[in-house]
Design a protein around this ligand. Structure first.
Ligand code: BES
Ligand code: MN
Ligand code: ZN
Length: 491
């Protein structure tokens, strides 16, 4: 699963120039059509025959001397637009069957937008072709000189995209190829390849820890649950207390006895997207050797039916002793997450962020286009929101009003596991909040994690929602810590 990167684009910097063939296609990024006058076009060139109009970039395909040449004409300044232009450029390269290209002209583009263009190219070139024998496509090599983009940043972008690819692959893999036990194997393997520590807790240890939520959801399954602990603690970490990331790892969600009906069960292999994101984020942080202490917690099981499965009206006892009256077995994500949030306490975390495909109600708010957020620390949520804008993984904040908590009151237990017909994304957040005793942010990625049709630089299927967001957030946290240390030294 980890060996061969399915990314079809590789950006190559100066040191690897020897790899580039002579029949290279040139790529020119210019800001206006007038600039075309600076180049001498062949007599055969006519605007009609050589124009491909692709929004949002405006592209011209022609030959200059011996070189096939693509002009990308855009005066756009917005970063996200350049990611989308990267995706359109990838489409042209693929359609024209180009295997070597060189970015020749980039002067009008800011460094940030160059990065966005490369990011769009890389993200768009992902393809889940593992189970399709005849989908063979060669890699497209693009030469980027050191004067155009720093080699170290290119390396960072590639490593980040390898981690994103891992997350997408896992989300796209169906249950019969990836159950909880196999996920744990992949996590151990990824730890070795990307450079972080792993510990897998198996059923007996989960029973000893009294993780009643995870065990209850697992009752209907033939596969035992796993609780996966990932840890990256570099010697030069700027933080003492870790950032703990908790990811929902429901390998498939049938709903249990509150069975999903109609078409709503289709795509539920994506219900471990939060867990896959946690793995991808830690893989990206570790392979790029960021000086930050992070821990990942992924409770994993499928949610299925058997004679011994959980039923509604059951009362279960969670790891922290809270009793929960089950009113809907399809509200299973909060049960496994709650135990992980309890387990998180032992790390004395600076901040805990959970990430989960938790509610259809959140998806109804955000559509495919963003993430619903709740939490108990406004300043930290505001910072995360800023990172979201920077990488275009936008966050929308849910209310955590106490009235939503009251909807979870039970006659016979401490809590019920659903509220009512209203405020489903907020009542789910309230349920999780009950188990937190530290600064905490909840991210509901039910809308963005999995798409049925491609959008811009995102292919259909898993989108690795949350990975670029939390990688960026971690980098900002590091910057801030370093700033604080500097000011303290000056005092
Ligand atoms: N995994 C689902 C949420 C989901 C829905 C994810 C659509 C991705 C796309 C979750 O376990 C679930 O079933 N939630 C229920 C909660 C309800 C029973 C309170 C829902 O949203 O209907
Ligand atoms: Mn469910
Ligand atoms: Zn679920």
């Amino acid at each position: 699963m980890l060996q061969d990167s399915p990314l079809k684009i590789k950006l190559i910097h100066a040191s690897e120039r020897g790899l580039i063939a002579k029949n290279t296609t040139f790529i020119m990024i210019i800001s206006s059509c007038e600039q075309l006058d600076n180049y001498s076009f062949p007599a055969s060139f006519s605007e009609k025959t050589h124009h491909i109009l692709e929004s949002p970039g405006y592209d011209v395909l022609t030959t200059l001397g011996a070189h096939k040449t693509i002009f990308v004409i855009s005066s756009e300044k917005e970063v996200e637009t350049w990611r989308l232009i990267g995706a359109s450029l990838y489409k042209i390269l693929k359609k024209e069957r180009i295997s070597f290209a060189q970015l020749k002209e980039l002067r009008t583009l800011s460094l940030e937008n160059r990065r966005a263009l490369f990011e769009g190219l890389l993200l768009a070139s992902y393809c889940f072709s593992k189970h399709k024998e005849n989908l063979k496509q060669d890699k497209i090599l693009i030469y980027v000189s050191g004067s155009v983009f720093p080699g170290a940043e290119l390396q960072e972008l590639h490593l980040l995209n390898e981690a994103i690819t891992l997350t997408k692959n896992l989300v796209n893999e169906p249950l019969n190829h990836l159950d909880a036990l196999k996920l744990s194997e992949v996590i151990v393997q990824a730890g070795k390849e990307f450079g972080f520590e792993t510990e897998i807790l198996h059923e007996q240890e989960i029973i000893q820890l009294r993780m009643g939520g995870l065990l209850a959801v697992n009752k209907g399954s033939e596969t035992p649950p796993t609780f996966n602990v990932l840890e990256y603690r570099p010697a030069n970490a700027v933080n003492v207390r870790p950032l703990v990331l908790v990811g929902k790892g429901i390998m498939f969600d049938t709903g249990g006895y509150s069975l999903k009906t109609g078409g709503s069960m289709v795509t539920m292999k994506c219900d471990m997207a939060g867990g896959a994101a946690v793995l991808g984020i830690i893989a990206a942080i570790a392979s790029n050797k960021l000086p930050y202490y992070v821990v990942g917690l992924i409770p994993a099981t499928d949610n299925k039916i058997s004679a011994s499965a959980l039923v509604v009206d059951d009362i279960i006892t969670m790891m922290d002793g809270t009793t929960v009256e089950i009113q809907n077995t399809d509200a299973e994500g909060r049960l496994v997450l709650a135990d992980a949030l309890t387990y998180a306490r032992r790390f004395d975390p600076e901040l805990v962020i959970d990430i989960a495909t938790l509610t259809g109600a959140a998806a109804a708010i955000t559509g495919y286009y963003g993430i619903a957020m709740a939490g108990n620390h406004q300043q930290k949520m505001d910072k995360l929101k800023q990172s979201g804008e920077a990488v275009h993984e936008r966050l929308f904040q849910l209310p955590l009003w106490k009235e939503f908590g009251e909807l979870l009151n039970s006659e016979t237990a401490d809590l019920r596991n659903i509220g009512g017909p209203i405020g489903g994304a907020s009542t789910a957040s309230k349920f999780l909040e009950h188990f937190t005793s530290y600064d905490w942010i909840h991210l509901d990625i039910a809308g963005a994690a999995y798409i049925k049709k491609h959008i811009g630089y995102k292919q259909s299927g898993g989108t690795a929602s949350g990975v670029r967001l939390l990688y960026e957030f971690t980098k900002q946290q590091i910057k801030e810590e370093i700033e604080i240390k500097k000011t303290n030294e000056h005092d």
